[in-house]
Design a protein around this ligand. Structure first.
Ligand code: FEO
Length: 392
């Protein structure tokens, strides 16, 4: 439990047990499920936590108030990392009324078979807590269709649920001025690209809508509370949702016998000569979560893809599929890779990325067996050219 303002407390929990968030995305530094308690004359809990941590969550609540004093449970989002402890909380506080969107009401039925004691709220509707007021804004598809955000008019806190959230548990502090916010910044980008990116159109709509609010603090459902510099995270979200990337190159490669690998150092050298940041990742050794993040973050990607079974190396195939699933558009891309008796892997990959409006920079450096000195030099030149393009 941690006090945020006189009437608002943090009552969330850290999860260091889950290996893969959503069963998909690695969280080596854990994740937090943030919940808040807002007290006026009446009391509201904003979101719950994953069921695995319900006992700790209920303990946190008891440090602030007794269960019979809870009037409302606001459900911004029904995904079980936020709604999972609802039934157990209602056992303790059966009088509490659920506040949620219309679509969320259906989901409380699907997930928890709860159909009563629910108030459905719509865009801009208010809840008077007595000396404090909560306003609800619909935020569909950031991250599910029922999602909304809650705004506390008194302290000007936006309880934004998944929006502005990040991986990484709150092990040092809960505020951006208590931790190194840069660490959470990188994990916000990864979280965004993994979880929210598919719905950028809706993120942009939400950002437009919220731009009229005076926001002193952003209190998301994962990661730190931005009280010192909420503008920083808002600006990041504006850029991410516009797929605006930074000058920089992600070099992502795979290799079976070292022939494609031998080109990597020349590619990296080319990027460095252009004075542009470079990140190097390997299809087989780095999780897609990180490949996606770096592709979202950087303006250019250079892919080292050997031919495998007459097509792109398997790790690269998964990567290409993910770019399509997440609809990552408009990156600059170059290719290199070894083939033996059958090539075309690079052409196949290029065609897939062109469908996403990626700008494919020629030549596609596909070579037989090991690279010649000429290929190595071409790779370096190609990388430098691409890196310089990211500065434009
Ligand atoms: Fe953190 Fe969409 O749940």
């Amino acid at each position: 439990m941690k006090r945020i303002t006189e009437g608002v407390c943090y009552i969330g929990v850290n999860d260091y047990e889950t290996e893969l968030f959503e069963g998909l995305w690695p969280i080596p530094e854990g994740v937090s499920y943030n919940s808040y308690i807002v007290q006026g004359e009446k009391t509201a809990i904003i979101d719950t936590v994953k069921i695995l941590f319900v006992d700790e969550f209920l303990n946190n609540i008891e440090k602030v108030t007794s269960f019979d004093k809870i009037d409302y449970i606001v459900l911004n989002h029904l995904e079980p990392d936020h709604s999972g402890s609802l039934l157990r909380l209602l056992e303790k506080a059966p009088q509490a009324v659920i506040i949620c969107s219309k679509k969320a009401k259906d989901m409380t039925d699907y997930l928890y078979k709860i159909t009563e004691n629910i108030i459905v709220v719509g865009e801009g509707e208010k809840l008077d807590l007595g000396g404090r007021e909560l306003v609800f804004y619909m935020d569909p598809l950031v991250h599910w269709p029922e999602t909304m955000v809650t705004y506390d008019t008194k302290d000007q806190i936006l309880f934004s649920c998944d929006a502005f959230g990040s991986y990484k548990a709150l092990d040092v502090g809960i505020f951006d001025d208590e931790v190194n916010p840069d660490e959470y910044f990188e994990e916000t980008i990864r979280y965004f690209s993994n979880i929210v990116a598919k719905y950028v159109k809706y993120v942009q709509k939400a950002m437009d809508k919220l731009s009229g609010l005076e926001i002193k603090m952003i209190a998301p459902a994962h990661g730190i509370v931005w009280r010192k510099n909420p503008k920083r995270i808002i600006d990041l979200y504006i850029d991410l949702s516009a797929r605006k990337a930074q000058p920089g190159v992600a070099v992502i490669w795979g290799s079976m016998y070292g022939n494609t690998k031998q080109v990597v150092e020349y590619v990296v050298e080319g990027v460095k000569e252009a004075g542009v940041p470079v990140t190097v990742l390997e299809f087989s050794r780095h999780h897609l979560s990180y490949l996606l993040k770096e592709s979202w973050k950087n303006k250019a990607v250079i892919l080292g893809i050997p031919t495998y079974d007459g097509g792109p190396f398997l790790g690269a195939s998964y990567y290409l599929h993910l770019m399509k699933r997440k609809n990552l558009r408009e990156r600059i891309v170059g290719f290199f890779g070894s083939s033996m008796w059958s090539g075309r892997a690079l052409h196949q990959a290029a065609e897939q990325l062109k469908e996403l409006d990626w700008e494919v920079i020629e030549p596609l450096l596909e070579f037989r067996g090991s690279a010649t000195k000429e290929v190595l030099m071409q790779a370096k030149e190609l990388a430098k050219k691409i890196a310089l393009m990211t500065k434009e």
